[in-house]
Design a protein around this ligand. Structure first.
Ligand code: NDP
Length: 450
C-alpha cells in the first residue's frame, strides 16, 4: 500500500494499470494524490462525485504524424501530441515541448500538473500540454519552419482561442511560435489569440518572455520573506539550465540582490564566482544559439565542467532548478543540504525527484514546487489572451505588477491551504490542494457527464 486511504489507493492502482510504464505521469499523479489524503477525509462530496477518478483521465488525447522535408530533400517523420487534460475552469492552456525525449508519459505529466498550476494562478484557464519528439537543435531555420508548419497543419484542427491555447516550452521559443502562428492564420484565415508567447509586433504581451523566470523569483522572495524573514539580498544562487526560464531567473535574482554563480545545459555547467555576466549568456544562447561552455572563452575566472548534475555541488544559499524533469535527485539534495542551502524553488517542471523533495522538507529547507513557483509563465500567457481579446496592449509595468501580485497570491493561497489541511509550511501539499479544490468545485457544478 502506497496510500493510507484505500479509495486513493484504488484510484492510483487504476491509473497505473491504464498507463503502464508511463513513469513521469505516474510520478506526477502520485504526488498529487498523496497531497489529497486530508481532502478526501474532509470532503466526502468530492469522493462521491468521482472528481478524483475523473481528473486523472485526460478529456482528450491527440497523437499525430508530423512529416516534413529536411535541407537534403529527405522526408523526416516526427510524432506530435496534444493532451487536453481538463477544461473545467477555462480553455485548455499549456506549452508545446520540442525535445527528443517527448513521449506520451512526458506530455501527460506536464498536462496533469498544468491543471493545478493554471488553477493556482486564479485565472480562467484549463490544463493541457503538447509537443513533439522533434529536436530543433542543429536544425536550420528552414527546417524548423517546415516542421512547425506541418505540426500546426494538424494541430490547428484541435485548438482555438476559446478552446485550447498552446504556448512555448523547452525547444519552443519566439521563432517556433512565430512559424506556428503564421501557419495557423494561413489555414484558418483568422487573426486570434490562439497561441501565446507571440512576438510583440503581432499580439504578444510585454513581460511574457521574462515571466516564468521573474515569477519564480517573486514567488521565492515571498517565500523567504514570510517563512524566514529573509530575502535574495547577499545570497549566492545556483540556477540550472540556460534557456528562457534560467536566463530571466538569473536577471531577476540579480536585480533582487542575489549573486548567481552557475548555469548549465544538458552537456555541462559553468561556474563564475564573480557572478554570471548575463549579457554574455544572452549573446551565446539567444543570439548565437550556442552552448553554455562558450561562456568561459569570454569571461575571465569562469570554469566549465562536463556533466550537468555536478552543478548542485556548488555551495549556494538558494537553488533554482530551471532545466528539466528529475534533474535534481536525492544525492544532489544531500549535497545541497550539506552545503547549507536555505531555499529551493522549481523553475522547471518536476525537476526534483520525490526523494529529493522529501530530503529538503525533512531538513527544513524551504521548498517551492513547480506548480506554484513557475506559474508566472502561464499566468502571463493568460494576460496575453486578455489583451488579445481586448485588442489592447498593456505596458511592461502594468503586466509586471499583475505578475508580482499573482505570484504573491499563489504563495499565500498555497501556504494557507497547507495550514488549513494540517501540514503548515508544506508548500507541495498546499499548492496541490489549493489548485485542486477550485477545479473540483467547477467539475461538481458542471455535472458528471463532464
Ligand atoms: P529552453 O528550451 O529555453 O531551455 C531549456 C534548458 O534546459 C536548456 O538549457 C537545456 O539545455 C536544458 N535542458 C533541457 N533538457 C535537458 C536535459 N534532459 N538535461 C539537462 N538539461 C536539459 O526551455 P525553458 O527554459 O522554456 O524551459 C525549462 C523548464 O521550465 C522546463 O521544465 C519547462 O517545462 C519549464 N517551464 C517553462 C516555462 C516557460 O515559460 N518557458 C513555463 C513553465 C515551466 P540544452 O540546450 O543542452 O538542451
Amino acid at each position: 500500500m502506497e496510500f493510507k486511504n484505500a479509495y486513493l489507493q484504488g484510484v492510483y492502482d487504476k491509473v497505473c494499470q491504464r498507463n503502464a510504464g508511463e513513469k513521469e505521469f505516474l510520478q506526477a499523479v502520485k504526488e498529487v494524490l498523496e497531497s489529497l489524503e486530508p481532502v478526501v477525509e474532509k470532503r466526502p462530496d468530492i469522493v462521491e462525485a468521482g472528481v478524483i477518478d475523473r481528473i486523472v483521465e485526460p478529456e482528450r488525447q491527440i497523437i499525430f504524424r508530423v512529416p516534413w522535408v529536411d535541407d537534403n530533400g529527405k522526408v523526416q517523420v516526427n510524432r506530435g501530441f496534444r493532451v487536453q487534460f481538463n477544461s473545467a475552469i477555462g480553455p485548455y492552456k499549456g506549452g508545446l515541448r520540442l525535445h527528443p525525449s517527448v513521449c506520451a508519459s512526458v506530455i501527460k505529466f506536464l498536462g496533469f500538473e498544468q491543471i493545478f498550476k493554471n488553477s493556482l494562478t486564479g485565472l480562467p484557464i484549463g490544463g493541457g500540454k503538447g509537443g513533439s519528439d522533434f529536436d530543433p537543435k542543429g536544425k536550420s531555420d528552414g527546417e524548423v519552419m517546415r516542421f512547425c508548419q506541418s505540426f500546426m497543419t494538424e494541430l490547428s484542427k484541435h485548438i482555438g482561442a476559446d478552446t485550447d491555447v498552446p504556448a512555448g516550452d523547452i525547444g519552443t521559443g519566439a521563432r517556433e511560435i512565430g512559424y506556428m502562428y503564421g501557419q495557423y492564420k494561413r489555414l484558418r484565415n483568422e487573426f486570434t489569440g490562439v497561441l501565446t508567447g507571440k512576438g510583440l509586433s503581432y499580439g504578444g504581451s510585454l513581460v511574457r518572455t521574462e515571466a516564468t523566470g521573474y515569477g519564480l523569483c517573486y514567488y521565492t522572495a515571498e517565500m523567504l520573506k514570510c517563512m524566514k524573514n529573509d530575502s535574495f539580498e547577499g545570497k549566492t544562487v545556483v540556477i540550472s539550465g540556460s534557456g528562457n526560464v534560467a536566463i530571466y531567473a538569473t536577471q531577476k535574482a540579480t536585480q533582487l540582490g542575489g549573486k548567481v554563480v552557475a548555469l548549465s545545459d544538458s552537456n555541462g555547467y559553468i561556474h563564475d564566482p564573480n557572478g554570471i555576466n548575463l549579457d554574455v549568456v544572452k549573446q551565446i544562447k539567444e543570439v548565437e544559439r550556442g552552448r553554455i561552455k562558450e561562456y568561459v572563452n569570454r569571461v575571465e575566472g569562469a570554469t566549465y565542467t562536463e556533466g550537468c548534475n555536478g552543478i548542485w555541488t556548488i555551495p549556494c544559499d538558494i537553488a533554482l532548478p530551471c532545466a528539466t524533469q528529475n534533474e535534481l535527485d536525492g544525492a544532489s539534495a544531500d549535497i545541497l543540504i550539506k552545503n547549507g542551502v536555505i531555499a529551493v524553488a522549481e523553475g522547471a517542471n518536476m525537476p526534483s525527484t520525490p526523494e529529493a523533495i522529501e530530503k529538503f522538507q525533512a531538513a527544513g529547507v524551504l521548498f517551492g514546487p513547480a506548480k506554484a513557483a513557475n506559474a508566472g509563465g502561464v499566468a502571463t500567457s493568460a494576460l496575453e489572451m486578455s489583451q488579445n481579446s481586448e485588442r489592447l496592449s498593456w505596458t511592461f509595468e502594468e503586466v509586471d505588477a499583475k505578475l508580482q501580485n499573482i505570484m504573491t497570491n499563489i504563495f499565500h493561497n498555497s501556504y494557507n491551504a497547507s495550514k488549513e489541511y494540517g501540514m503548515e509550511g508544506n508548500l507541495v501539499a498546499g499548492a496541490n490542494i489549493a489548485g485542486f479544490l477550485k477545479v473540483a468545485d467547477a467539475m461538481m457544478w458542471q455535472g458528471i457527464s463532464y
